[in-house]
Design a protein around this ligand. Structure first.
Ligand code: AMP
Ligand code: TRP
Length: 333
């Protein structure tokens, strides 16, 4: 059966190694399978759930599209577009918000993390963010959604919303209930400065992450400064839980080499960190530097990127407008 793949990335700048290993690397593999129909969306409506500078946002939309292409997604095979260009997303999100329960949204951990201590000051958009995400997915009858581990809860909510809408409007199988595609290994890349915190775009310290636009010397420097401990490299995976930074670096190495954690542990058993860090930098530079160079090249040709996004949004619009019309009928408009 051909899979219908949908995923989104926010154009909020600083795309990093966590985005690449947790999501984009997977997008590229799915794009390369000729049986799949893939849609990769730059989710700019999600981005404005926290304040954005309009000029930077515009640039970040292009940069996210450039990152998709530079990483290996072929715009002739997959649809690449930005969410705000297809108004059905916002419309479907409103309708779906009317079947979603407050109790479901109250359980979302990402909102709690992002809103921080003062929940009263967070935007309503930040709170209803997962409903918009459900609209994105359901408008395209998506069967599979590749994401990093942090989006698992949002996908479960999307499945609940799809089923509730189908039930409420007596429309059996109208919305397809999508399956998450979350890699079982290395699906959560942690900060280089604190192995208990997710690698994140919004971490104030640039040393906490490898950006996909970092140059070779920046990568080497960040790995040199990455937190480890004063023991030797581990002999087995047994006590790695108590050494989260070491586990994370070994995970990054294994994921980039497409090999098991156990194999990497054997490779560096009882060695010094300096030797491991050198090899780790080499492989990150090997994978990331060509992407970083290609992103820069693509960003010099804004017209090309704008054309890809326009073509993509025309194609996406055709699919989404058919579905939103059916939704309107079911609701009684
Ligand atoms: P975002 O930048 O929040 O739009 O995330 C884009 C994609 O990257 C989503 O599928 C996330 O699950 C994934 N992602 C973000 N941060 C990480 C991380 N530290 N480790 C693994 N995946 C991540
Ligand atoms: N919420 C996702 C994130 O922060 C981005 C996203 C928006 C998404 N819409 C989506 C991912 C639809 C998958 C499918 O990473």
């Amino acid at each position: 059966m051909s899979k219908k793949i949908f995923s989104g990335v926010q154009p909020t700048g600083n795309l990093h190694l966590g985005n690449y290993l947790g999501a984009i690397k997977n997008f590229v593999e799915l794009n390369n399978n000729k049986d799949n129909q893939c849609i990769f969306c730059v989710v700019d409506l999600h981005a404005i759930t926290v304040k954005q500078d309009p000029k930077e946002l515009k640039q970040n939309i292009r940069e996210t599209a450039a990152t998709f292409i530079a990483s290996g997604i072929d715009p002739n095979k997959s649809i690449i577009f930005n969410q705000s260009a297809v108004s059905a997303h916002a419309e479907a999100a409103w309708i779906l918000s009317c079947v979603s329960k407050i109790g479901w949204l109250n359980r979302m951990t990402q909102f709690k993390e992002k809103a921080g201590k003062d929940k009263e000051k967070a935007s309503i958009g930040l709170y209803s963010y997962p409903v918009l995400m459900a609209a994105d997915i359901l408008l395209y009858d998506s069967t599979h959604v590749p994401v990093g581990d942090d989006q698992k809860q949002h996908l479960e909510l999307c499945r609940d919303i799809a089923q509730k809408f189908n039930n409420d409007f007596n429309a059996v199988n109208f919305f397809k209930v999508p399956e998450p595609l979350i890699q079982n290994k290395f699906s959560r890349i942690m900060s280089l400065k604190d192995g208990t915190k997710k690698m994140s775009k919004s971490d104030p310290s640039d040393l906490s992450r490898i950006n996909l636009t970092d140059k070779k010397d920046e990568i080497i420097n960040k790995i040199k400064k990455a937190k480890t401990d004063d023991q030797l490299m581990p002999e087995s995976a047994k006590n790695l839980d108590s050494r989260p930074e070491v586990e994370n670096l070994l995970g990054i190495y294994s994921s980039l080499k497409n090999q098991s954690l156990e194999k990497s542990i054997t490779e560096f058993k009882r060695k010094n960190f300096s030797e491991f860090k050198e090899k780790l930098s080499d492989i990150i530079v090997d994978k990331i530097e060509p992407i970083s160079k290609e992103i820069k090249k693509l960003l010099d040709d804004k017209n090309y990127l704008d054309k890809i996004l326009l073509d993509g949004s025309n194609k996406a619009s055709k699919i989404a407008s058919k579905k939103i019309n059916e939704i309107r009928q079911l609701v009684g408009f």
